[in-house]
Structure formats: structure tokens, C-alpha cells
Design a protein around this ligand. Structure first.
Ligand code: GDG
Length: 465
């Protein structure tokens, strides 16, 4: 068990592990799937890194523990913290505000107070875990106050912050009653990373207009002569690992089985999202429903598979969204489906990684239409699985991924007619054209996997200038 302090510390809302039941009836921990952990695990192992985060359960007091070469430091959240800091301020204030107020953000002073208190707890844990002059990498919207709090406690450490979600235009950010405190919090970092260049410039504009700071290129000059850099670092996935999974004979056999199970239509369209109002699930399903109404698509030759992974089920807006989508899917299936052949295969569930890979392999068209999304990894995962350059990606221009995948079929998800035309176009584009587009996207993705992303961020954080 590691007792000394670490040269590299990651601070994130969640620990990178999931609890699993052992055959003896006890519990142990397994590394969570997902790119962030995969990218950071080797860095953690090289530098005896520590990861500070919450276990996911309420009122759980756990001692630090080591697993898979990582030193994990649990932060306790009470049931009240979860309600106010996490479900409240993080997911019902910041999340909608930062996603262009697609849903109205709620501002409650007691949520804010809890956000401050919980951020302080994370900052104190980071201050305890960091060795002299350590690198500390803080993640995401739940922890925007940590950089400045940590700097006050530990002026010697170098602090990076990465925001996984969009950073809004200044006019929207200005709605936030605690806008100044949040900006001050982020300015505690030496490097603030965003998914898109536009987000970095929104931040720099606030620094100038709201804080009266001078900016030059990606550098923001603070009164104490410190420099904060704001830059984009588009996140990615573990391309090699996913492609390997996609190529496995078992995956390909399962993909064929899925095609058989949905009746072997000419076209399978696929959506995979957390059930979230930012993801544009409703707009996409409406578009598909209208295509059926207008007989531009028929259930004999096209089936839509929509996986909607359960998410934030205790937040009211998510319950309402689920009802809306399920009503819409029910209507469309009632009108257009036949016995054994629903128009939309809707699954409110979460799948294992290998089933996801099989779905990506089974789909002719991936339909990724968020109204606003920091990056969108589903788009990248689909491309990673299409190793034979087949398949079409319909992609919202409001996803960060659209900056990189210029060869996708780009859509504005608010424009239902435009989306309908583009979906039909994607279904009927010839294989050579599709191959050219997919090849170009795959080339870009291969050169920009999650390890490249992590290395670029850490290199910039190391650099003094
Ligand atoms: C935030 C930002 C940014 C989904 N259903 C299942 C499942 N998933 C996996 C996907 C993908 C991940 O969840 C979702 O990632 P996204 O990027 O699409 O979206 P968010 O969860 O909103 O993530 C986003 C990201 O952070 C990273 O910075 O790209 O913009 O909003 O990997 O595959 N995985 C499994 N079963 C499921 O049913 N195993």
C-alpha cells in the first residue's frame, strides 16, 4: 500500500473503478471501461500516481487503496451532497447552462453552497496526496473551484484542468449568479483545456470582459504575473483496443445475429446515447418517424436501433425526457410497425463493450445528432469499428467531433427536414463514396487516439511557456 505522496494526481468526480461482487459474496473493484482511465492508467503507473474521486455510493467512508497499479483516494459524499452538489448544481445547473440552456438551468443558493463545500473536500484531498511540485490534473464541470482552492493550499504544484463538456458563449455564462467565483476557480490552473477552440475563446473573452485581464493568443495574464493558458485538446478513444474487439470473430458473428434478429433489412440505423436531452434523441426519432410517414423509408428495408442508456434518473428533467421519447417511439411503432417488425428497436438499457462493438459493426448508418456535445465518443467509436471502410456517419455539427470528422454527413439537428434528407442521402450513397469518407475519418482517428490526447495535455502542462 502506497503511503508516500504522488508526483502525479488526478482529481475527478468519480474514481476510475466499479464495484464488483466476488464469488465469495464480498466486493472488489474493477477498472471502469472508458478511454480516460485507459489513457491515464499507464501514466499513473509510471509516476505512482494517485486518483482522487467518489466511489459512487452515499455516505461511504473508505480508506485509500491500491488497485491495478493505481493509488485511489476516495472522497466521501453524503446523501445530501449527492442531492445538492451532484444532482443539483452539477447536473441541473451547470450541465444545462453549459449545453446552451437546451433545458432551463435552475439556480439555488443551497446547491451552490454544497458545490463549494464538496469542491473544498476534493481540493484538500488533492493537497494531501500531492508530492512537492507534483502535477495535478483536475477533470470536468463538477470540480471547477478545485484549481484555485488547491493553489491556495499548495502553491508549489502545477495544475491542469480539463472540461469535458462545452464551455458556453459569454452571454449564457453571464446568467450564472456565481460566475465570478467559477472564473476565479478555473484561473487557479496553469492550463485550462477544452474540447473545441471555440470554447477556449469563450473563456478568454470572459477573462477580458468580466475580469479585465489581458489575453494574447492562448495566454491569459493575471495581475500576480501568473499566466493561465486556455487551449483546446479534443479528447479521443482507445482506437486500437476497440478495433481489435470489432475484428474478433465472436463480434462479427454477433453482428450478423443482430442483423438477423431485426429481420435483415437493407439498412440498419443506429443511435447509442446516454438518455440525455443534449443528445437530440427526440429530434432524430421524429425525423425517422416522418420519413416513414412520407414513405421515403419503409420498415421492410430500414430499421432504427436506439440504445438509450439509463442516466441521472433522479433528476426530474431526465424522467420527463424518458416519458417523451417512449411516447414518441410507441406512437411510431404503433403506426408503422408490424408483428415482429417494429420500426424502432428501442432499448432502455446498458450493454457490455462487446455488444456495443457488435452493434457498431451491424449498423449501416450511425445517427449521432446531439444538440450540443463536448466531443461525442460514440461517433469516434463507430468510426473505429469500421475497419473495412464501410458505413455512414450522420453527425451533428454541434458535437465537438464535427471539427475533426469533416467527411461525415453533417446535420443541424434542429432542422428536421434537413436531417431527414441527410439520413436518406447517407442510406443511398454508393459504397465507393462511403469508403472514401470513412477512410479519411479513420486516418484522422488513427493519428489522434486518447493517448495522443493525454500526452498533448500533459506536455503542455509541463511546459513553462
Ligand atoms: C462527456 C461529454 C465527451 C453509452 N452507452 C453504453 C456505453 N456508452 C458509452 C459510449 C461512450 C460513452 O458511454 C458516452 O460518451 P459520449 O462522449 O458519447 O457522451 P457523455 O457521456 O455525455 O460524455 C462528451 C465525453 O464526456 C468525453 O470527454 O465526449 O461530449 O458529454 O464511450 O460507448 N458503454 C457501454 N454500454 C452502454 O450501454 N459499455
Amino acid at each position: 500500500m502506497q503511503t508516500s505522496r504522488s508526483d502525479f494526481v488526478v482529481v475527478a468526480n468519480r474514481l476510475p473503478v466499479d464495484r464488483v461482487e466476488t464469488p465469495e459474496g464480498g466486493t472488489s473493484w474493477r477498472r471502469s471501461p472508458g478511454g480516460l482511465v485507459t489513457a491515464l492508467a499507464p501514466v499513473m503507473q509510471r509516476h505512482q500516481g494517485a486518483w482522487i474521486g467518489w466511489s459512487g455510493a452515499a455516505d461511504e467512508k473508505l480508506d485509500p487503496f491500491d488497485t491495478e497499479g493505481m493509488h485511489l483516494v476516495p472522497v466521501t459524499l453524503t446523501a445530501e451532497d449527492i442531492e445538492l452538489y451532484y444532482e443539483g448544481f452539477s447536473n441541473a445547473t451547470l450541465w444545462p447552462l453549459y449545453h446552451d440552456v437546451i433545458a432551463p438551468p435552475e439556480f439555488h443558493r443551497e446547491w451552490w453552497e454544497s458545490y463549494v463545500a464538496v469542491n473544498r473536500r476534493f481540493a484538500e484531498a488533492a493537497a494531501d496526496a500531492a508530492a512537492d511540485n507534483a502535477l495535478v490534473w483536475v477533470h470536468d464541470y463538477q470540480l471547477q473551484l478545485v484549481p484555485a482552492m488547491l493553489r491556495r493550499l499548495r502553491p508549489d504544484v502545477r495544475i491542469g484542468f480539463f472540461l469535458h463538456i462545452p464551455f458556453p458563449p459569454t452571454e449564457l455564462f453571464a446568467q450564472m449568479p456565481w460566475r465570478r467565483q467559477i472564473l476565479d476557480g478555473l484561473m487557479g490552473a496553469d492550463l485550462v483545456g477544452f474540447q473545441r477552440p471555440g470554447a477556449a475563446s469563450n473563456f478568454a473573452r470572459l477573462a477580458r470582459n468580466r475580469m479585465g485581464l489581458r489575453t494574447r493568443g492562448d495566454r491569459i495574464h493575471l495581475p500576480d504575473d501568473r499566466i493561465v493558458r486556455a487551449k483546446s485538446f479534443p479528447i479521443s478513444i482507445d482506437v486500437g483496443e476497440l478495433e481489435e474487439l470489432a475484428r474478433k470473430p465472436e463480434t462479427l458473428a454477433r453482428a450478423q445475429e443482430i442483423r438477423d434478429e431485426v429481420g435483415n433489412p437493407e439498412h440498419i440505423l443506429l443511435g447509442i446515447d446516454r438518455l440525455d436531452y443534449t443528445k437530440g434523441i427526440r429530434q432524430r426519432i421524429r425525423a425517422f418517424g416522418e420519413l416513414l410517414d412520407e414513405k421515403r423509408v419503409s420498415v421492410d428495408d430500414a430499421v432504427f436501433v436506439q440504445v438509450a442508456t439509463p442516466s441521472r434518473e433522479r433528476v426530474e428533467q431526465y424522467r420527463v425526457l424518458r416519458d417523451d421519447i417512449e411516447l414518441l417511439v410507441g406512437r411510431i411503432n404503433g403506426e408503422h410497425g408490424r408483428i415482429g417488425t417494429p420500426a424502432i428497436n428501442y432499448l432502455h438499457t446498458s450493454f457490455a463493450r462487446n455488444e456495443m462493438a457488435a452493434l457498431y459493426r451491424a449498423a449501416d448508418v450511425a445517427v449521432v445528432t446531439p444538440l450540443r456535445d463536448g466531443m461525442n465518443l460514440v461517433a469516434k467509436e463507430y468510426v473505429a469499428c469500421r475497419y473495412d471502410d464501410t458505413g455512414a456517419l450522420v453527425l451533428s455539427e454541434f458535437a465537438g467531433a464535427a471539427d475533426e470528422f469533416r467527411q461525415a454527413f453533417l446535420v443541424n439537428p434542429h432542422d428536421i427536414n434537413g436531417m431527414k434528407d441527410t439520413i436518406v442521402e447517407a442510406m443511398h450513397t454508393d459504397d465507393r463514396q462511403l469508403g472514401r469518407r470513412m477512410k479519411a475519418m479513420r486516418k484522422h482517428l488513427a493519428a489522434h487516439d486518447v493517448n495522443v490526447w493525454a500526452a498533448a495535455f500533459l506536455k503542455a502542462l509541463h511546459a513553462e511557456e
